[in-house]
Design a protein. Structure first.
Length: 600
């Protein structure tokens, strides 16, 4: 009933035509030999793995779930074989540096890979989803001895990594973390051996049967460390010690969740487990941010994956399901034209057309923004021009919380709206969409709730530097206004995008002025600010898609949609979805809107 076919042609169209990624790669020595044909082959191979190997494990894994015993966690049938194929294919090493044994390909291709994996099986994807972030932390912050011992295994996927942050009393407030790190020998320094004691909850992949060893990255607190987040350190704690003995790391149980049943969400206990500090003492959160930001972008791609899976299945079902006579029919429709009798495909009915086009337009916009973010991430790391690197990094800083929040909200909301296409059938497991609704919900919560992403965006990314980074990003987006304004057919896109950027600047100014007298004001409207920025970015994406569709030099990739179909999707987004932006911008300017305390 539910299938997933990786939309490689559409992905390549966004990557090579809409965003012109090969031109960016040509400017970066690390990717100078990479061309569109090579990228196409990488995505084609990734698509085959996602569609043929991974997707068939999705529904069975959801029904079976994970099994816990005191000896450890067993994943659903088929998960181990899929993971072995993933490792044998070299996929964990895709975007890792060649010096560490990686393939040295761009983050852009890695992001596209993880869109496919999340769309095929979100629960399974949780296990390798943290590998790249763990690799980044060990590569950039571990002492040479620890890099030599653990880095190659993380790059290859031979061992998996986890991120152990949350504790029962702490939740999102990491300043309350109590897990204790006791020095075993020597002074507190990077690489110092420590004994870790404490409990962690909601640890994705905290234990599994996919690999023989796990590398836990654990936020902890040295004795006499300062209170709050300034006293947090980071430790590497393996499941199996270098001498082959089992470390004192225990999974005390797994959560019984609403969705992603194939992902083991573990309650972890460290009982003087042996580990080593990574990074400077009391500076663990700074080191962990590498992994946290990577995880946030990984979660953003889960939202895009759910959008794509819901879209393609809803479109297919709506084309096949016959119900009632449509009030109008497509001009080229052959079905029952002679007799005028129904029933017709529900895809012809206005209510379903609106739902299906909403799904498609959101998917196109979010994929375009996501791939642009990944392209900028590559430029921030590898571009030879220092100014270009700095500008790209500033853009990514703003785009990350927006992508995590916007994509996951639209991924879940769109899956929920897509369920309506199936009617009553959508509410039963056999048709697949109800699993997508359940699985997609968690992405709005973990790796920093969407509300926390909005606060981070407003306080740290938009206001703390006086709006300088936001102004530079707005200027970048405004270039698309000029390009569209030069073509009569794109005037509506130019005008709407220009209006969105004006409203963004007006909101920035209002927030700056308003918080001087009311420090809570930006926090009250943070969700609407993020939604407004998200709509401005979607408008930019639809404008870029529409402009590309009109350019005969950028014909869509073979096997994908026509230029007319891309244009229709972008136009629908502009006309039907962009009006919602005005609601968010208006609310963001309501500094005096009442938000009373709740008193019993």
């Amino acid at each position: 009933m539910w299938t997933y076919e990786a939309p490689v042609a559409d992905m390549l169209h966004v990557l090579t035509r809409v965003l012109a990624a090969p031109a960016s790669w040509a400017e970066q020595p690390a990717f100078a030999e990479l061309d569109a044909d090579t990228a196409a082959e990488v995505l084609a191979q990734a698509g085959r793995f996602a569609s043929e190997v991974l997707a068939p494990t999705n529904a069975p894994g959801d029904l079976h779930g994970c099994t816990w015993t005191p000896a450890g966690v067993t994943t659903p049938p088929g998960y181990r074989a899929a993971y072995r194929a993933f490792v044998d294919g070299g996929w964990p090493a895709l975007a890792c540096t060649p010096e560490a044994g990686g393939q040295g390909l761009p983050q852009l291709l890695n992001m596209a890979l993880f869109e496919m994996l999340a769309a095929a099986n979100h629960g399974w994807t949780m296990y390798p989803g943290l590998l790249h972030g763990a690799y980044e932390v060990v590569l950039h912050h571990a002492v040479p001895e620890l890099r030599a011992r653990y880095l190659a295994q993380l790059v290859s996927g031979e061992w998996l990594g986890t991120m152990c942050l949350t504790e029962p009393q702490a939740g999102s407030d990491l300043g309350q973390v109590r897990t204790k790190a006791e020095l075993i020998a020597g002074a507190a320094a990077n690489g110092a051996p420590v004994a870790i004691t404490g409990s962690k909850i909601f640890i994705s992949g905290g234990d599994s049967d996919l690999t023989d060893n796990l590398v836990h990255l654990v936020l902890c607190r040295l004795v006499d460390a300062p209170a709050g987040t300034k006293g947090l350190s980071l430790a590497l704690v393996p499941k199996v010690l270098p001498d082959g003995s089992r470390n004192a790391v225990f999974c005390d149980g797994i959560e019984h969740k609403m969705g992603i049943h194939g992902s083991a969400t573990c309650q972890m206990r460290f009982d003087r487990a042996q580990g080593w500090l990574i990074g400077e003492p009391n500076r663990g959160l700074a080191a962990m941010f590498l992994m946290m930001n990577a995880a946030r972008l990984h979660v953003a791609m889960q939202g895009v994956g759910h959008l794509e899976a819901a879209t393609q299945n809803a479109w297919r079902y709506a084309a096949e399901r016959l119900q009632m006579r449509a009030p109008q029919r497509p001009i080229d429709a052959a079905r029952n034209v002679a007799t005028g009798a129904g029933p017709d495909p529900i895809a012809w009915h206005p209510a379903m057309r609106r739902t299906l086009l909403t799904l498609r337009a959101r998917t196109d916009a979010c994929r375009t923004i996501a791939y642009w973010c990944a392209l900028l991430l590559d430029e921030a790391d590898h571009h030879p021009d220092a100014a270009r690197r700095a500008a790209a990094a500033d853009h990514v800083a703003i785009l990350t919380p927006v992508a995590k929040s916007l994509f996951t909200e639209l991924g879940h909301r769109s899956a929920d709206e897509a369920l309506q296409v199936w009617g009553g059938y959508g509410y039963v497991h056999d048709y697949g969409i109800e699993q997508t609704v359940r699985d997609s919900r968690i992405a709005m919560i973990y790796e920093g709730t969407n509300e926390i992403q909005a606060i981070d965006l407003v306080q740290r990314k938009l206001l703390d530097d006086g709006g300088a980074r936001a102004g530079a990003l707005i200027d970048e987006l405004a270039q698309e206004v000029a390009r569209c304004a030069a073509q009569p057919a794109l005037q509506a896109f130019a005008e709407t995008l220009a209006d969105q950027l004006v409203r963004w600047r007006e909101t920035l100014a209002a927030l700056q002025a308003g918080r001087a007298d009311d420090g809570e004001y930006p926090l009250r409207v943070a969700d609407d600010v993020l939604a407004g920025v998200g709509h401005a970015l979607m408008c930019w994406a639809w404008a870029r898609i529409a402009r590309t569709a009109l350019d005969p030099a950028h014909t869509p990739a073979a096997g994908g949609r026509s230029a007319e179909a891309w244009q229709q999707s972008a136009t629908f987004g502009l006309q039907w979805l962009m009006p919602q932006a005005q609601v968010h911008w208006r609310r963001a300017l309501q500094a005096d809107a009442a938000l009373p305390f709740l008193v019993a």
